[in-house]
Design a protein around this ligand. Structure first.
Ligand SMILES: [Fe+2]
Ligand SMILES: [Fe+2]
Length: 321
């Protein structure tokens, strides 16, 4: 895979007052130090993974294709092969997201204005390094690493290039981390593979702390910001959600999955016909779980980052009542 440049809008800050000033962040840093684990030795890597016990690893909304005939009608060996490849595609998105988180958090160390924020963010960099390590190692047990999907890449890029640390914090710690938390929770519940249960269980424990960091820090920071800066942050959060919900972007996301369908011998015309039929049924669409509505919107609401200025846009996207 190629190496890509990122143009950052970053301005690092020194902080020469080393006394604790945001107690909740200092406390979280203490928790982070206590809960460190070793990706190489704290997971039972010696256990074998039987792909049949892994189950379907889907995104934070669960598996939207679980009741589709073109999958149910496949012979067992093909269905297992499909499941393995789809799972690796999903896990690859997590892996790339972890790399994005590691880099974004490295930036937070430089740009946040408080020593407690810098100390805590430093602990998160090693957390994310562990996550990169475990997901890469696990994916190789099943299949291979697949490329990053466009809308995830665009979101991570926007976070890395953001010109305000508060945007990095909301984009990564609140939006991306909440989705990651939801995904790992579902994966742990949905798999019978002990190694994957350990991987996502330990990772989710870290991610919960990462979401807390975002919420604690932004709650502290928002009242100090000017109205103009708060509006800019609110617009950034909305733009991120629009990016992730863009129907064209989501259709593009399906392209690599179609490639996988073809590789395991699915008749693409049959698959397309069933997908079009089900996804054009408003009842089916309305019953699909919505991870953004479930995991992200409540956090943005909690921070007051959805106001009358943006509420209608969220309603239009079906993310708010
Ligand atoms: Fe992570
Ligand atoms: Fe994280």
């Amino acid at each position: 895979m190629e190496l890509e440049d990122i143009v950052t809008g970053i301005k690092p800050y020194w902080k020469f007052d080393y006394e604790p000033n945001v107690k909740a962040l200092r406390d979280l840093y203490e928790v982070a130090k206590k809960e460190q684990w070793n990706a190489a030795t704290d997971i039972d890597w010696h256990l074998e993974t039987d792909p049949a016990t892994v189950g379907e690893i889907a995104g934070p909304g669960g598996d939207p294709l679980k009741d589709f005939d073109f999958i149910k009608n496949l012979p067992d060996d093909k269905r297992l092969e499909l499941s393995k490849r789809r799972s690796c595609w999903t896990l690859s998105q997590m892996l790339h997201g972890e790399q994005g988180a590691m880099m974004a958090c490295g930036q937070l160390v430089e740009v946040v204005p408080d020593m407690d924020g810098k100390l805590y963010a430093s602990s998160q960099v090693i957390d994310e390094a562990r996550h990169v390590e475990v997901f890469h190692r696990y994916i190789k047990r099943l299949d291979r690493v697949y490329p990053i999907m466009d809308n995830l890449k665009a979101l991570l890029q926007a976070v890395l290039e953001a010109d305000m640390w508060q945007k990095k914090c909301v984009g990564m710690q609140v939006i991306a981390e909440s989705l990651a938390m939801g995904s790992f929770k579902m994966m742990k519940e949905g798999t019978d593979d002990e190694v994957l249960r350990q991987v996502v269980g330990l990772t989710a424990q870290d991610e919960a702390r990462h979401v807390s960091f975002g919420l604690i820090y932004m709650k502290e920071e928002l009242p100090k910001m000017t109205e103009e800066a708060r509006d800019e942050l609110e617009d950034f959060a909305l733009a991120a959600l629009k990016l992730l919900n863009d129907p064209e972007g989501q259709a593009k996301t399906a392209e690599p999955l179609f490639k996988i369908f073809g590789e395991v011998g699915i008749d693409l015309d049959v698959a397309m016909a069933e997908l079009q039929e089900k996804f054009s049924d408003p009842v089916f669409v309305a019953n699909q779980p919505n991870p953004f509505k479930q995991y992200v919107i409540p956090q943005l609401d909690r921070l007051g980052l959805i106001t009358d200025r943006t509420a209608e846009d969220y309603r239009t996207m079906g993310l708010r009542n």
